[in-house]
Design a protein around this ligand. Structure first.
Ligand code: SF4
Length: 95
């Protein structure tokens, strides 16, 4: 069995985020209609994607938005997992 030293050092948990190719997008709005929780329209109808990873509960809708995009402008991209939020209780100086 292969041990961890064979993996790239930067490999860790991955998250999926939506990305749009602004050249390919033709503002059809399919993705906006499918996933308003994560995608809004700008004044010209082009998608504005909320930054950050796709929440697990919205992943199937995000996949559908990707496959239903008529110009294949939308994709799900892997990104390194966000670092955990600091524990605020520990951030306070001790007395
Ligand atoms: S469905 Fe595709 S072409 Fe239409 S707005 Fe979304 S990314 Fe652009």
């Amino acid at each position: 069995m292969t041990q961890g030293h064979d993996r790239p050092a930067a490999t860790g948990p991955r998250e999926l985020a939506l990305r749009v190719n602004p050249i390919a997008c033709e503002a059809h709005g399919v993705c906006i209609g499918l996933l308003p929780e994560l995608i809004a329209a700008d004044p010209w109808g082009y998608p504005i994607i909320r930054p950050g990873p796709v929440p697990l509960r919205l992943l199937s809708l995000a996949r559908r938005a990707v496959t239903d995009c008529p110009t294949l402008a939308l994709r799900l991209a892997e990104q390194p997992a966000s670092p955990p939020r600091p524990d605020r209780r520990r951030a306070r100086p001790e007395r």
